[in-house]
Design a protein around this ligand. Structure first.
Ligand code: PEP
Ligand code: MN
Length: 363
């Protein structure tokens, strides 16, 4: 998949500093007091540059708290005039955008449930045409990088040059300690496709619980995130939405203080050594690929031989033996069992596909 080529021109509009941008604030605006109390405490933390609060809340079921609506935007304005923090909120329809702009919201964000729907995204993109405002696009709930890219492209086509992505994790059917599985490979691929696009990690919606926040924040920084979005409430246990994942500003202060912000490039000596190691990896990868190609040649021969002798492709006993044998060898050499299993399954699948192709060939 290749992105719309013009999207590569996105200017990296975040303030250029070694420190990641921190966007903090409650999941939802609940009352004027809650918003101002929280914002005052957050404004004391130098890393916090922007204040977030959901004004309209997308809820799974209709009886939940659906946000305070437009009234909350006035409280947001008070936050800005009192603390100087930039403001950001989620917009899900053109009316939200109109109201947000009218009330001086500085950055718009598009929620994960909206990004799954290209009709909605298109409507929003049209509503910001001609407006100069940063737009942050959350990843869609499902792990689909094309939908994420597609939404970014729609805003870009509308003339939004200050674009950013928010990685908030993905719905995953298997059990995981996270509310939304991070699947880091997806934001990494997005950065590869759009190197000038800032990516911010919403650790709160990835974790879903406080005790995981520190390690995920560190991981995000170590994977070169440009910023963090963190839900913070002056009294998190009483929060009307996402109480389990919100933290008090004091806790956020501790979390930020414990983060290690590493250098991105390092000294010349470091770079030389790294280059040497990378050359070694390149060589090993080349050998791995050659080995795989040779293995596939033998697989083709086996396929032709089975076909000639009218023998089935899948030989369960043999497959079982391969797994046991290779797992034993690999784990003995210190390789992770789960990793080996996935790798063997991939190789086996490709081998079955290759043999099927041979079986289907007309002689
Ligand atoms: C939120 O940020 O409060 C929110 C609703 O997020 P998401 O769209 O990622 O679920
Ligand atoms: Mn939330």
């Amino acid at each position: 998949m290749s992105p719309d080529p013009s999207i590569k021109e996105i200017i990296n509009w975040l303030p250029s500093s070694d420190e990641p941008l921190v966007i903090a604030g409650p999941c939802s605006a609940e009352s004027r007091e809650q918003l101002l109390l929280t914002a005052r405490q957050l404004a004391k933390l130098p890393q916090v540059k922007a204040f977030r609060a959901g004004i309209w809340k997308p809820r799974t079921r209709p009886d939940g708290f659906e946000g305070v609506g437009a009234e909350g935007l006035k409280w947001m304005q008070e936050v800005k005039s009192e603390t100087g923090l930039l403001l950001t909120t989620e917009v899900a329809n053109p009316r939200h955008i109109e109201l947000a702009l009218k009330h001086g919201i500085d950055i718009l964000w598009i929620g994960a449930r909206t990004v799954v729907n290209p009709f909605s995204v298109q409507e929003l993109a049209e509503a910001v045409k001609g407006v100069s405002i940063p737009v942050l696009v959350k990843n869609p709930i499902t792990p689909d990088i094309k939908l994420w890219m597609g939404a970014l492209e729609r805003f870009h086509k509308s003339g939004i040059m200050q674009l950013g992505a928010i990685h908030r994790g993905f719905h995953y059917f298997k059990q995981s300690p996270y509310r939304n599985a991070p699947m880091w490979e997806i934001p990494i691929e997005l950065r590869r496709l759009l190197p000038s696009l800032p990516v911010i990690t919403d650790i709160s919606h990835i974790c879903g619980r406080r005790d995981l926040l520190q390690s995920i924040a560190q991981k995000a920084l170590d994977l070169e995130t440009n910023g963090l979005m963190i839900e913070s409430h002056f009294d998190p246990d009483q929060a009307l939405t996402d109480a389990a994942q919100q933290i008090a500003p004091k806790e956020l202060e501790k979390l930020l203080a414990q983060l290690i912000v590493r250098e991105r490039t390092g000294s010349i000596d470091f770079q030389h050594k790294l280059e040497e190691l990378r050359t070694e990896i390149d060589k090993l990868d080349g050998e791995l690929i050659q080995l795989l190609a040779r293995r596939m040649e033998v697989v083709s021969e086996i396929g032709a031989y089975k076909k000639e002798n009218n023998i089935t492709i899948l030989q369960l006993k043999r497959w079982k033996h391969i797994i046991e044998d290779r797992l034993a060898i690999g784990t003995n050499m210190g390789l992770d069992k789960q990793f080996l299993l996935l790798l063997l399954e991939l190789v086996h699948e490709a081998s079955i596909q290759q043999q099927t192709k041979i079986f289907n060939q007309q002689d």
